[in-house]
Design a protein around this ligand. Structure first.
Ligand code: AMP
Ligand code: MG
Length: 409
């Protein structure tokens, strides 16, 4: 339901390095041949291969050195019969030369092999040896990267090589984060009586960053309508808003009330644990996620509902984390009316039978939704479907990998 309501954001042009991890909105076409000219793949001597026929260690061919070509400079003279030019890796191949002999297969006889001296060539060369041809990597006008591709480090290098210093990519959503609760104090404060630190704003902001969004922590709304309205009312300044707390059955849970006043409520409550009181709606057209306040409910709700939405906004085709089947290592009890996402540790089993799951999953600790330490230890969510009231050790279960990005093997 959520993803049906989320649209891809518009493309923008960004400095090349900022495109890392983004989805390209336009094809990238090369403005030049890469490399733009024939060049040497080795430090050595540019020669006419025909001159080196039969050359060996015992019977080298001696050539006159007529030039010294460094990378970044053009040859001053052509290589004629009986001649060679000292040449460095990446330097343009001189006219007349059709092969490079590696310096390891030569011996400079006078003046260090520089111009004016001679060189003994100890190997026969074949035309084309160690010459990188113009356009061998990429041709001018060639389509190098396609719209829809995710930019990685090699794409960045390619774009740099083909004259695309500012690619077009789908924009990162600006995500507003609001925590609610009279009990919350900022993280640089020691909590007083009845107070706790606002950890959710930070775990959420980190999840937004990791998902490629731009987090904006708007602060803490106290548990009253006026305060909550003031912060929720800012949703239209952003592409997406996420709140934590204030969506359960408590006397002061006003988020849903305010959402209905200033926006539209799409749904409330999902048959899941942790975090049943998941809320979704819009405020002034901005998608709004009201996540429950318990620290792990917040993080799991983000993982399952918000992260795919952020990825859809960013233009990704793959929205979900990789899933893997695993053998459950211990008995688990659950309520049958809801799906459980249990914090788990997934490990590889060596020597699993062919066709059997190659992973084992066990719980990472206390599954209370208020406990963050077991979330910290987890590398997966073990997904146990509604309808079951217990799952015994040895069952095959589906695990959502929290330690792998979409598209991972
Ligand atoms: P609520 O959903 O508002 O009833 O909150 C559920 C539980 O989560 C309560 O124990 C809250 O104190 C706690 N909680 C709510 N917001 C936060 C927050 N921002 N950081 C840490 N814990 C929170
Ligand atoms: Mg609360």
């Amino acid at each position: 339901m959520v993803l049906e309501r989320i649209a891809r954001l518009e493309p923008e042009t960004v400095p090349i390095l900022d495109s890392l991890g983004c989805v390209l909105a336009s094809d990238v076409v090369s403005d030049i041949d890469v490399s733009p000219f024939d060049n040497s793949a080795m430090d050595g001597y540019a020669v006419q291969a025909a001159d080196t026929g039969g050359a060996t260690d015992e019977c080298p061919v001696v050539l006159r050195v007529v030039d010294h070509v460094a990378a970044g400079f053009m040859p001053k003279v052509a290589v004629g019969r009986g001649e060679a030019s000292r040449i460095m890796t990446g330097a343009p191949v001189p006219d007349g030369a059709d092969a490079i002999v590696m310096v390891e297969h030569t011996q400079a006889l006078e003046e260090g092999g520089s111009t004016g001296g001679t060189v003994a060539v100890r190997r026969a060369a074949t035309a084309g040896d160690h010459i990188r041809r113009a356009g061998e990597d990429v041709r001018v006008g060639e389509l190098v990267l396609r719209a829809g591709e995710v930019v990685n480090a090699a794409s960045i290098g390619l774009m740099a090589a083909v004259g695309t210093p500012a690619p077009r990519v789908y924009r990162r959503p600006r995500v507003a984060i609001v925590s609610t609760g009279d009990e919350l104090v900022e993280v640089d404060t020691v909590p007083g009586p009845g107070q706790i630190r606002n950890s959710n704003s930070y775990s959420l902001a980190a999840q937004v960053l990791a998902a490629g969004g731009v987090p904006h922590i708007l602060g803490i709304a106290r548990d009253n309508e006026a305060d909550t309205r003031a912060l929720l009312g800012r949703a239209p300044e952003f592409d997406l808003m996420v709140t934590t707390g204030g969506v359960s059955m408590g006397d002061f849970d006003v988020v849903k009330t305010v959402l209905e006043q200033i926006g539209e409520l799409d749904f409330w409550k999902v048959a899941m644990r942790p975090g049943a009181p998941q809320t979704y709606g819009t405020i002034g057209g901005t998608p709004f996620f009201g996540l429950p306040g318990n620290p792990t409910s917040t993080m799991v709700g983000f993982e399952l509902f918000v992260r795919p939405a952020i990825r859809k906004m960013r233009g990704f085709a793959d929205l979900d984390r990789p899933r893997v089947l695993a053998i459950l290592a211990e008995d688990v009890r659950k309520k049958s009316d809801r799906r459980y996402f249990m914090r788990g540790v997934l490990t590889r089993v060596e020597g699993a039978a062919p066709g059997a799951p190659a992973h084992e999953a066990r719980l990472s600790g206390n599954q209370s939704s208020a406990m963050l330490s077991s979330m910290h230890r987890a590398n997966c969510l073990i997904s146990l479907p509604e309808g079951l009231s217990s799952v015994v050790a040895g069952s095959v279960v589906e695990c959502i990998r929290l330690d792998q990005e979409e598209g991972a093997p």
